[in-house]
Design a protein around this ligand. Structure first.
Ligand code: NAD
Length: 490
């Protein structure tokens, strides 16, 4: 195909500090804003990955041997570059993912916060030392693992890579990033900015591709740890495959976040929070409100939600979903729920799009009431600007509905009663809980990660918990007084 029609250059891999393309098979990259072709992406092979692993292995001794305070100087510079290039990075996210410019700026801002946390790591990883018997000292130091890999989804092309890059690298690892093949453009710009910040060549590499390259990452003997963010189906596959070759793995999956709304909840705040949670990033967030569990007596709040949702205008303050296939999947769920007897209070299936874009994959906000837990829409991840409302007779019944869903990323409660909120905090089966907050993403230094089918592996992916994931502990015992008495352990 003629590359002259592309908005961006052909996307390349990035290996050993420079763009790298070996004439692989390529895939088209379209913008969900209008369906236009904006780039192409290589579907790399195991041999491309192998070259990247070799580059990362070659960079590892010098990088891991550099004092962490020196490594942090690179990330202080990198943070400044993120800020300097904030608008360009946000435009890339907007163009390849479709989210609004405000949402794209917020994504880049979160990447800045993640980088700031990484810059603070020298303050958090100083190790331990104790004289355990006369003249004998035990010390513990955190050491990097070696070459690690990070596999990303389509919905946060800039932020999700920053969940792993700054922490893993600051802790002395070298990395291969495998971006989503649907949104590969931001990752290359990240690689360029890291180089501009003076990151040594080979410390960070990007290998593009689809399933085949993910499988090659799981199998490659040179890779010591794999982090994955994506759907539950693939998270399970990657967790099993990566750990079967004895790698460390943390795999974050999909979600079905339940928001429990009690009749005493603050009406305006609850309605605007729930609607923002279901519709932000067109509902394509693993922290999005998917299901509202309304405890008897909340009709006035639902009415206010409809008023709030009508303020969302596709093409203005609501972006498109990622693809035609996603549009069809989401509208399929809505049609099936309607047929099964649910009541559609607000239908986004034929939206008026501001600016008149005809080929983008736009859906308006959709609110569906009287969904029952046996419906497919109540059980599966829809991943669009859609919320189902399930009715519950009391708080116990509402918590039982939340507990019965197999996911466990986030759950929230809206109420003015501390006692009822406390019940949900204690009993919801999810890793991240919100009280009067629809998107309870922990800010740094608190870590991000769900429970149940929303995460496989022991550590969280960000914050202090990620230190455990990206390092191993070296325990050293020393004795410098040969004249000292020998006891049972020395
Ligand atoms: P996805 O699972 O389709 O893809 C994720 C990555 O896996 C991509 O890089 C893709 O190339 C690769 N992949 C796809 N199919 C594969 C296969 N069969 N074998 C091996 N690799 C494969 O996910 P997506 O559609 O890009 O992203 C949306 C999903 O990600 C949603 O389910 C969302 O909830 C989830 N997500 C979760 C979190 C979280 O923190 N839990 C955060 C963001 C997104």
């Amino acid at each position: 195909m003629a590359t002259t029609t592309l908005k961006y250059d052909e996307t390349k891999n990035y290996i050993a500090g420079k763009p790298d393309a070996n004439g692989q098979q390529r895939m088209d990259v379209h913008s969900p804003l209008d369906g236009s072709l904006i780039s192409t992406v290589p579907l790399s092979t195991a041999s491309d990955l192998d070259r990247a692993v070799k580059a990362a292995e070659a960079a590892f001794p010098a990088w891991s041997g550099m004092p962490i305070k020196e490594r942090s100087q690179i990330f202080f510079r990198y943070r400044e570059l993120l800020l300097k290039n904030r608008e360009e990075l946000a435009v890339l996210v907007h163009t390849e993912n479709g989210k609004t410019m405000d949402e794209s700026y917020a994504e880049v801002d979160k990447s800045v916060e993640l980088t700031e946390f990484a810059c603070s790591l020298p303050q958090l990883v100083q190790g331990e030392l104790l004289e355990v018997s006369k003249g004998v000292e035990c010390r513990i130091e955190r050491k990097p693992l070696g070459v690690v890999a990070s596999i990303a989804p389509f919905n946060f092309p800039n932020m999700v890579p920053h969940w792993t890059i700054p922490n893993a690298l600051m802790l002395g690892n070298t990395m291969i990033l495998k971006p989503s093949e649907i949104v590969p453009i931001s990752a290359i710009r990240i690689a360029e900015l890291l180089k501009e910040a003076a990151l040594p060549d080979g410390v960070f590499n990007v290998v593009n591709g689809d399933r085949a390259i993910v499988e090659a990452i799981c199998d490659h003997p040179g890779i010591k740890a794999v982090s994955f963010v994506g759907s539950t189906k693939v998270a399970k596959i990657v967790y099993v495959r990566a750990t079967s070759t004895l790698k460390r793995a943390v795999c974050l999956g999909g979600a079905k976040n339940h928001l429990i709304v009690l009749p005493d909840a603050h009406v305006e705040m609850t309605a605007s929070n729930v609607v923002a949670s279901m519709s932000g990033c067109a509902g394509q967030r693993c922290m999005a409100a998917a299901q509202m569990v309304g405890v008897a007596g909340i009709d006035h709040i639902i009415q206010q939600m409809i008023i709030e949702a009508k303020k969302l205008i596709p093409g203005k303050n609501l972006g498109p979903v990622i693809s035609k296939a996603a549009f069809e999947r989401i509208t399929g769920y809505i049609a099936e729920a309607e047929k099964a007897g649910a009541k559609i209070l607000l239908d986004g299936r034929n939206p008026q799009v501001e600016g008149g874009a005809k080929d983008g994959y736009y859906l308006g906000p959709t609110i569906i009431d009287h969904v029952t837990t046996d419906m497919r829409i109540a059980q599966e991840e829809v991943f669009g600007p859609v919320i189902s409302i399930v009715r519950a007779k009391d708080l116990d019944a509402a918590i039982a509905i939340e507990n019965a869903n197999p996911y466990g990323n986030a759950a929230a409660v809206f109420t003015q009663s501390g006692g009822q909120a406390r019940q949900v905090m204690e009993r919801a089966s999810a890793g991240m809980i919100g009280v009067n907050i629809g998107v309870p993403v922990p800010r740094e230094p608190f870590s991000f990660g769900g429970w149940n089918d929303s995460k496989f592996g022991t550590c969280d992916i960000t914050g202090k918990s990620s230190i455990e994931f990206w390092t191993q502990m070296k325990k050293t015992t020393t004795k410098w007084n040969p004249e000292g008495k020998t006891n049972w352990m020395s």
